[in-house]
Write a new protein. Structure first.
Length: 338
């Protein structure tokens, strides 16, 4: 069966076509970063309007690249939540209307489940069960993933997520939008160990996170004096060192506690090179295999939604009849099941 997937939860419009037998056939993505840069962050109304403009051209591109037609689509998956309400409504309304016109069912998908399963798109996918470090936008969570729809929350952030801490710290250092990638790039110019920052909850004895205090520590550095370019790079480096150390330590502890040997890292922060470097090195010494999505699938994308829809159908999720629908801007991952 061919599954058409739509992602529109925030500031990326994604469309993809997934074949349950052959895998991903084609996907297309439009990022709104350039549009939101002047505002220093995502403007929900502008995001929603841009999804309207981009969805049909991206759909045509996917169909052209795959050589398939709408008449061959067997089901349509789309992001139901969490995310920006208006942005979610654009994707959901379009997907449900298209499904109605084609006479095919729909599969509403949890956005974070898409990220969680995205490493399965890789040529070297993990095997169930595994532990997943989900570091996407406003989420930092450790999950035990036993199968599609079987997720156990092991730990999560009590305040700022890692991605939020990156973005907020980037603003403190006067970096542009999006802040996370800009801060990571600046950190590569810094001197490791030059700036010592706290490792929040690194020794808490559990798998919970907290990053708001780390951001406050950077604020103290910035307020004390005007930083030179090199000092800013050193602060960025020290900040990244602290975040990475905590993420690595807690992730490896989660794998050990679960008695497993596989760790999946998914979400935008999963593209961070320092995080990957340290995780790979320390996991290898413990005989743990680490899996990441391809870089193009770390950010929001339609391929992960089409994949999640396809895997849900294979796992026995009953597709819904197209037509009526609702979006869920706030939707805990722990609430979903097959």
């Amino acid at each position: 069966m061919l599954i058409l997937g739509f992602e529109s939860s925030c500031d990326e419009t994604g469309v993809a076509l997934y074949d349950q037998e052959r895998g991903l056939l084609a996907h297309a993505l439009h990022s709104q970063v350039a549009m939101h840069r002047d505002y220093g962050g995502v403007v929900p109304e502008l995001a929603s309007r841009d999804h309207i403009r981009r969805t049909i051209p991206l759909l045509r591109k996917v169909l052209d690249e795959s050589g398939r037609s709408l008449g061959e689509v067997g089901a349509i998956a789309y992001t139901q939540g969490p995310g920006l309400a208006g942005a979610l409504l654009v994707g959901a309304a379009f997907a449900e209307a298209l499904a109605t016109s084609l006479g095919v069912p729909t599969v509403p998908v949890h956005h974070l489940e898409g990220h969680l399963l995205s490493p399965l798109l890789s040529s070297r996918p993990p095997r169930f069960p595994f532990v997943a470090l989900l570091v996407s936008g406003g989420h930092t969570q450790l999950m035990r993933v036993s199968a599609v729809g079987e997720y156990e929350l092991l730990g999560e952030t009590l305040d700022d997520a890692a991605g939020e801490a990156f973005d907020k710290t980037a603003k403190l250092l006067g970096l542009g939008y999006p802040g996370g990638p800009a801060l990571s790039a600046l950190a590569e110019q810094g001197t490791p160990g030059a700036v010592k920052l706290p490792r929040p909850m690194a020794n808490s004895g559990d798998l919970m996170f907290s990053f708001s205090g780390l951001k406050t520590a950077v604020l103290t550095q910035v307020r004390e004096r005007t930083l030179s370019a090199q000092e800013k790079a050193d602060v960025a480096c020290g900040f990244q060192e602290a975040i990475v150390e905590v993420l690595v330590k807690k992730s490896l502890q989660a794998v050990k506690d679960c008695g497993l040997k596989q760790l999946v890292v998914a979400g935008g922060v999963g593209a961070n090179r320092e995080l990957r470097r340290q995780l790979d090195a320390k996991a290898a010494r413990r005989g743990i295999e680490v899996y990441y999505p391809e870089l193009e699938f770390c950010t929001d994308n339609g391929a992960m939604i089409a994949l999640a829809g396809a895997l849900r159908l294979q796992a026995g999720t009953a597709p819904k009849a197209a037509g009526s629908f609702a979006v869920r801007p706030r939707w805990p991952l722990a609430e979903i099941s097959v």
